[in-house]
Design a protein around this ligand. Sequence first.
Ligand code: PNS
Length: 174
Amino acid sequence: MTSSDTVRRAVCPGSFDPVTNGHIDIISRASLLFDEVVVAVGINKAKSRARLFSAEERIAMLEKVCAEFPNVTVAGFEGLLTTFCQERDIRAIVKGLRAVSDFDYELQMAQMNSSLVDVETVFIPTSPEWSFLASSLVKEVAMLGGDVSGLLPPDVLTQLTERLAERARSDQAD
Ligand code: PNS
């Protein structure tokens, strides 16, 4: 038997701009199902201006948040997720499903990915308490002054509050 037969590796991919309690729910549950989990932060240079946090910032936030899970590591990736999986001998992609509305696109991606390389997508239903959660909504609510403190780890909330204040100051100066 080779090590790839015995070690069950999975990837939890995403943009994580920023990481929310919903992401952490999925990562922590994946860490119980697999021997090793890599949280893969998508770096899409074409979208970098649309991001609130740089790839380095998103990776650093996740490293801090995932430190409590001994079998979870964090990495950035560019290009195809399937190439990242091949390079690391990963056979499972873990995705959280919040609602039926997530399913259509996730199924399409799962089927495309498995047509490219030997990889399965494993869907984990998001815990009901986080089923409405999305980074984009958290950013919008926070930007408009809403309380998002229950939706993010405390350090991430601090960084989000600071970044939005910086953005507001630079918008005023323009
Ligand atoms: O958090 P998100 O934005 O839903 O994450 C999307 C992500 C990064 C998982 C997805 O866009 C992705 O896999 N990007 C890598 C590029 C790729 O492999 N595209 C083909 C998908 S079938």
